[in-house]
Design a protein. Structure first.
Length: 101
């Protein structure tokens, strides 16, 4: 079940006096309802693999180790007669998402 709270921009008034010249002052955050869904900000980790080849000055990314290994093997087979000149480096980062409480 979704939890709703008063809009944090218009405080539940549905309109903003200072913006009465734009669409009659209707609050864009709550779309004129005066309520908004309560959410929390969650940090989500992203993992990927960087495939680099310094000879070609080429890099690309893949989401799984198998995809990265297959791509690196294809590059080495096509361009370097099987010599392993392509490197795979694990990388990670993060982003934030708002999820309902």
């Amino acid at each position: 079940m979704a939890v709703y709270i008063d809009c944090t921009r218009c405080a539940g008034d549905k309109k903003l006096f200072q913006f009465s010249n734009v669409k009659g002052g209707v609050c864009f955050k709550c779309k004129g309802t005066g309520k908004q869904r309560k959410t929390k900000r969650v940090r989500v980790q992203d993992n990927w693999f960087l495939i680099e080849n310094s000879t070609l000055n080429h890099s690309s990314t893949k989401s799984t180790l198998k995809e990265a290994t297959d791509t690196a093997q294809e590059l080495d087979a096509m361009l370097f007669d099987g010599e392993e000149k392509t490197t795979i480096t694990p990388r990670s980062g993060y982003h934030y998402e708002h999820v309902p409480v």
